[in-house]
Design a binder for this molecule. Structure first.
Ligand code: NDP
Length: 315
């Protein structure tokens, strides 16, 4: 296992969505699958497999959570070992990768020859370490990042990033496609987590701005729902500029004819002052001002937003 970070140029791009979404009845639905971890997400995964006819064995630390799935036709396993023994494909969905690591210590020789698909949220380094550990146990490891909430599983809106053992992934892809679209990101087991965290980062950044804006207008008793009617089309229109920013990043040409960092530097203190005057915390926005100030100090006043990406990377 390599723990070195891939460079941006050598990082494979994820495949386009290779399935349009799950099509009940179109998969090898006789393939047995075991699902370990029956929280909100694990239960949704197991239920999706059951709905299209897969024989599903389920295990959860707290056995009571197997009940609804058993009612849908799942076979409950008394232990994780027993669940692993039942199927060539084992899907894990626990709270953290530490939990997965812990669980691996309870497994015995029955794990050899199995494919473990770990859909627990974690870091690229954790995925690489788990890949090494699972491979050392004689099993195959595929990591995954789920881009959906449980209610979206098995709808065309859901998809999952995968990385790790490509041959094992290809063998089990028809079964995994039940959960949603499949996107292969590469043989480095850490890549699915990287893509996953990247998208979640974009989402949380967007929500940070939304929360700040709603907090601000609320100080003047402007209804959040009323303001959301302005916010949503505004943010949607601004997102249309992302491909141009991305082009500038890839080309390394940051000079802008849209809006310079000098303009941002001039405007940002107005934001901070307004937050303070309205009694709204500045803790989400101060770091942005610090970053823009640093960009200007380093001579990038005429550049656009794309320069900020360079500023964020610690070399
Ligand atoms: P839940 O809190 O609903 O479930 C957590 C699961 O982890 C339960 O099955 C719990 O068992 C199990 N667990 C926790 N600690 C341990 C342990 N020490 N040993 C064994 N099992 C343990 O969370 P979700 O199902 O929502 O999330 C599961 C994973 O899926 C997370 O990594 C999450 O980030 C990821 N995910 C979730 C999404 C969502 O929208 N919910 C979206 C995308 C990814 P017990 O029932 O016994 O407590």
């Amino acid at each position: 296992m390599s723990t070195s970070r891939p460079t941006p140029m050598s990082t494979p791009r994820p495949t386009p969505l290779s399935t349009p979404g799950p099509t009940p009845g179109s998969t090898a639905s006789s393939a047995p699958v075991s699902v370990l971890g029956l929280g909100m997400m694990g239960s949704a995964l197991a239920a999706a497999f059951l709905r299209v006819g897969h024989p599903v064995t389920v295990w959860n630390r707290s056995p009571a959570k197997t009940g609804p799935l058993v009612a849908q036709g799942a076979r409950p396993a008394a232990t994780a070992r027993e669940a692993v023994a039942e199927s060539p494909l084992v899907v894990l969905c626990l709270m953290t990768n530490d939990n997965v690591d812990e669980l691996l210590t309870t497994l015995g020789p029955e794990v050899a020859g199995k494919t473990l698909v770990n859909l627990t949220n974690g870091t690229p380094e954790q995925a690489r370490a788990l890949s090494a550990r699972v491979t050392g146990l004689g099993a195959r490891y595929v990591d995954g990042g789920i881009m959906a909430v449980p209610q979206m599983i098995a709808t065309p809106a859901a998809y999952v990033f995968y990385s790790g053992d490509e041959e094992a992934y290809e063998i089990h892809r028809p079964t995994l496609a039940v959960l949603g679209g499949t996107r292969w990101t590469g043989p480095d087991a850490g890549l699915a987590a990287l893509y996953d965290i990247g998208l979640l980062t974009g989402m949380y950044g967007m929500f940070s701005g939304v929360m700040q804006a709603l907090a601000l207008v609320r100080t003047e008793n402007i209804g959040a729902e009323e303001y959301a009617e302005l916010l949503v089309p505004w943010i949607s229109a601004m997102l249309g500029g992302v491909p141009a920013i991305a082009r500038d990043i890839d080309s390394g040409r940051h000079l802008t004819d849209v809006s310079s960092l000098a303009v941002s530097q001039a405007a940002f203190p107005n934001f901070i002052e307004t937050f303070k005057a309205q009694g709204v915390s500045t803790e989400l926005f101060e770091p942005l001002l610090t970053l823009v100030d640093r960009a200007i100090d380093e001579g990038h006043a005429e550049d656009g937003m794309s320069r900020m990406v360079e500023m964020l990377i610690k070399r």
